[in-house]
Each structure stands twice: as C-alpha cells, then as structure tokens.
Design a protein around this ligand. Structure first.
Ligand SMILES: [Cu+2]
Length: 471
C-alpha cells in the first residue's frame, strides 16, 4: 500500500496514488495506480515504511517511485509516455519518459526483494524495459524480439524477478533502439543490501543521476534522434546547468554519488575539494584492493559508477563533467571561433542593415554569458548560471556540492552561497608588475637557436563552422 507517503498536496503531483484507506481489496487485485510527477524538483528521499529498512537515495531533480506490498511482493507501475521536461528554467523539451518525467522515477528495493513491475505503454509504438545489471530469468530481461515480444501501444506487461544482488543499476528500453533512449527513456534503480555488507559502507547522503545527451536545435523542443555524435545538450537527469539542483550535504557527512551513463560518449565526472573512492559499479561493490583515491571518475558508455567521499571541507565545490564541451548548452555549438578577430568595422556596416546583429566572442566566449542575447523562444542560453562573484560561464553537466556545518541531518534545501571566512578568497594583486624573466633569457637554452626567419610568422586558426563531431 502507498501508506508511507501520500503525495497529495506535494507540488507537481497530478495523479496521486490512492491512499492506504482508499485501496480496496478489489483494487489490490488489480494493478497499482500509476503515480505521476511533473515538477522537475528534487524530491526528498522516500523512506520505506514497508519491507526492510534502508537509507533511501535522493534523485537529482527527480523522485523515487512508491510501491505497494502485495502478498510479500513489491509492486511498481511504470507508464511509458511522451512527457514535457523542463531541462532548465525557460527551456522545455518534448521527450519520452515514464510517469510524467524523463528520466523516469528511481526504483529502490532491497536485496532479496520479490519485485513485480507493471509496464503500461502509452507511446505510439512498441516498447520494453530492460533491467540493466540485474540477475534475473532470461525472459524478464526486456529485449524486444529476443526475450519477449514488444509491449504494443495501449498494453501492459508484467516483469517479475528477485532483486538478487545489491548495487547501482538502471532501466531503459530495448525497443526501437536508436529512438527511445535518444528521446529520454531511462531511469535509475538501486538495490540496497539486506544486511550490513562488508563492501558497502553506510552513508549519510546518497545521490543518483543518469547522464543523457540530446540534440535539440535552438528554438525547437524535440530531440533529433538521428544524431550519433554531435549532441548539443549534455544533461544530468535531463536537466542542464543552471537547472541542476546542488548536492547539499552536512559537513563531515559520508556521501555517495551514483552515476550511470546512457549517452554515446564517456564522461569524466570531476569533484572539487575532496577525494573519492569508486566503491561500486553496475557489476556490484568493488573489491577494496581495487580502490584508490581519485578526483575524476570516467564513466564510459553504458557504465555506472558509485563514488564515496567524506565531505570534510566546507564550501561550494564545483562538480562537473571534465569535457569542456559538456559544460555548455546548445548555443555554443557550430559557431566559428572569433578570438582575436577584430570585426568592429564589419559589424558597424552590418548593423546598418540588420539592427540586431551581434558579434560573438572576440575576446573569448565568456562575454556571451553577460550579454542579453536575443534568443529564439524556448532556448537554453549557451552558458549561464549566476554565482556570488558573477557569471559562472558554464552549462550542461555542471552542479555544485554544497558542504555546510549548519545543514541539519536530512535537510536537502539549498543553503545559499558559501560565506567565505575573511582572507580565504583569491584576491587582486595591486603592486607593480616586474618584467617577465623569460624575455631576458630568450637566447639561452640547451642549444643555440637556428637562424630565425626575418619576420615572425603569424598563424591564424579558425575553426570550421560546419561539423562539430566527435566530442
Ligand atoms: Cu561529459
């Protein structure tokens, strides 16, 4: 029964599950009512009130799917359907997902749980759900044509298996392969250990998100599903910075972050100010002998990584994909590099003809974050996000881990910007600058210089504007 948490009254829930008192014996014989969530807020962790206890996860800009117990079986209901996902404030994408959102809700169970998942297909084509990383009967593996017929539009299929091993998993279709994941069909799955586990430490905060990429032209809303490499939106849980919530933790919390990659390239996920251990993959907990401290974890395509760290440094710590093109949004792609090109004269002449004409990026691209650019409707700015010291100049796969002494246990609310103790912020040097030493030493070195050309050769590099593949 949906007894442990009523969604009624919580923001954004349009079709709340029946409350405990409303579930009749007749209803219990039928499939559970689907729970729908449409707001992109990070919902508080869903503490279990039935079954074995565990410390629930927090899904960044997402939520956990409630279940009901039916004769010792945990029953969930997923609805595959078209959804509108706000990827960032002012930018909504038309995606496919589950239960009102892309990604779908996180499913949390305990090792040894018997699980039954009803999957209703409200798409216009057949689908299936593959339970990535699970040990299960072959016929429950969700590969259309291979292990089951596809679920036709309007039909509901039932998956049943025992969650045999604890770990970090995900779910996604194996149907119309190229289209359905490119449209956002995916969700997180966490199987908690049933007892104390020698390789799974108990943590205070446990976050999860999926990496997904989209190709949505500025001014449009539907991803181009034929794109193979040249995606322009790099998202965590189908959100892009500054639309990704911060990961708020209490100073000295043990923190776990679980990441799964359903894009078509790898993502080196990088945390500032702390070191973490990779304590698990979708293959399960990692042996202790393999663990070493890292600050970047490369998450390859189709992989999941579980990062554990002690949040022992207060502050607002950047947390992002280390591929620089993955921390920008759509407008940064397919524009020529104009650094060092002085086109003031040209611009003056063009603005006589086109008053809105703008010159972009003469001194680098950062200027663009401060401009009020005229953008097409429904377009995410290339790089946005305003920090306490100005524009952050990033988009895409970027967020902030906020470590605070006065954050209460279980409180995930944004505490605002970090108040730096006096004297701990980088500051401007205001003395006189000596000549750089390297000019005096120009002709020194291990070998004498060869004859120099009469004139220095200047090379201008300009990136071709067409094609942006391979990043
Ligand atoms: Cu990346």
């Amino acid at each position: 029964m949906f007894s442990r948490r009523s969604f009624v009254g919580s923001a954004g829930v349009v079709a709340a599950a029946a409350t405990a008192s409303a579930v009749s014996k007749v209803a219990m014989a039928a499939l559970p009512e689907p729970v729908i969530q449409i707001k992109p807020d990070t919902m508080p962790p869903l503490a279990p009130s039935t079954g074995r206890p565990y410390n629930p996860v927090v899904t960044l800009n997402g939520w956990t799917l409630p279940w009901r117990m039916n004769n010792g079986v945990k029953e969930f209901h997923l609805v595959a359907e078209p959804v509108v996902r706000e990827m960032a404030p002012g930018f909504k994408a038309h995606l496919w997902g589950y239960n009102g959102q892309s990604p779908g809700p996180t499913i949390e169970v305990v090792e040894g749980d018997r699980v039954r998942i009803f999957v209703t297909n409200k798409l216009g084509e057949l689908t299936s759900v593959h339970w990535h990383g699970q040990r299960l009967p072959n016929g429950m593996d969700g590969v259309t044509g291979l292990t089951q017929p596809g679920i036709p539009p309007g039909k509901t299929f039932v998956y049943e298996f025992v969650a045999r091993r604890p770990g970090t998993f995900m779910y996604h279709p194996h149907a119309d392969e190229m289209v359905q994941m490119a449209m956002g069909m995916m969700g997180f799955w966490v199987t908690h250990p049933k007892d104390k586990h020698p390789l799974i430490e108990e943590v205070d905060r446990d976050f999860c998100f999926l990496l997904a990429s989209y190709d949505i032209d500025p001014g449009s809303a539907t991803p181009k599903i034929m794109t193979m490499l040249d995606f322009n939106l790099w998202s965590w849980n189908s959100r892009i910075f500054p639309g990704i919530d911060p990961l708020v933790v209490r100073h000295m919390d043990k923190v776990r972050i679980r990441v799964g990659n359903l894009t078509m390239t790898n993502h080196p996920i990088h945390l500032h100010g702390h070191e973490f251990l990779i304590t698990g993959t979708d293959g399960g907990p990692t042996p202790k002998s393999t663990r070493q401290y890292e600050v970047t974890a490369d998450v390859a395509v189709g992989q999941m990584r579980q990062l554990d760290f002690l949040a022992d440094e207060e502050g607002d710590w950047a947390f992002h994909c280390h591929k620089s093109h993955h921390t920008m949004n759509a407008m940064g792609h397919n524009v020529p590099t104009m650094i060092g090109v002085d086109h003031r004269d040209v611009a003056r002449q063009i603005t006589r003809l086109i008053p809105d004409y703008m010159v972009m990026g003469e001194r680098g691209m950062k200027d663009m974050t401060e401009m009020e650019m005229p953008l097409p409707d429904n377009t995410a700015p290339m790089m946005a996000g305003q920090g306490p010291f100005g524009a952050v100049g990033m988009g895409g796969m970027f967020s902030v881990v906020k470590v605070r002494k006065d954050q209460k246990p279980g409180d995930y609310r944004d505490p605002g910007w970090y108040q730096h103790p006096p004297g701990t912020v980088a500051y401007e040097f205001t003395g006189s600058l000596p000549d750089p030493a390297r000019f005096k030493a120009e002709s020194a070195g291990a070998m004498p210089p060869v004859t120099r050309p009469a004139q220095d050769v200047e090379v201008k590099v300009r990136k071709p504007s067409a094609g942006h593949a391979g990043h």
